[in-house]
Design a protein around this ligand. Structure first.
Ligand code: DQA
Length: 144
């Protein structure tokens, strides 16, 4: 089973970025967690991060075309981008939305997500472990 794990802006700064909110794990640590989880579950997982919204849109279009399941942390675009929401609406595979922090315990502008309405599941506030949980859920509930 193929899964693409897509990450939006500033997530490449994990580890140094507001560690009191996002923790000490670096983006590299997250890549390792995702790769180890994929290997354990027998999944083929590609993980990507971008600070350019058009690049994320292109990856979502690719996933829509191939029917690939997506784990998405759209970061700040979650709360601002109708375009990211529209791209999520086009997905043909399953979509799990992940946020490292508990966005509902933070500023009100983080309480709305343009992604959630199109997601099969949403995981917030579990730290990097949320990515592991998302992959385990997709593997455990794979259709067919
Ligand atoms: C985030 C939460 C967003 O509100 C924020 O803009 C991020 C990261 C998270 O993973 O907790 O960049 O998506």
């Amino acid at each position: 089973m193929n899964v693409t794990v897509l990450n939006g802006p500033n997530l490449n700064r994990l580890g140094t970025r507001e560690p009191h909110i996002y923790g000490a794990a670096t983006y590299r640590d997250l890549e390792t967690l995702v790769a180890d989880t994929a290997a354990r579950l027998g999944l083929t997982v590609e993980m990507r991060q971008t600070n350019a919204e058009s690049e994320l849109l292109g990856w979502l279009h690719d996933a829509a075309d191939t029917g690939t399941d997506v784990v998405l942390n759209a970061a700040a675009w979650t709360h601002t981008s109708v375009a990211v929401g529209d791209a999520c609406a086009m997905l043909t595979g399953r979509l799990i939305e992940v946020h490292i922090s508990n966005v509902h315990r933070r500023e009100p502008f983080r309480h709305h997500s343009y992604v959630s309405a199109h997601a099969d599941g949403v995981i917030v506030g579990c730290g990097p472990d949320g990515y592991r949980l998302a992959l385990e859920h997709l593997a455990a509930t794979a259709p067919g």
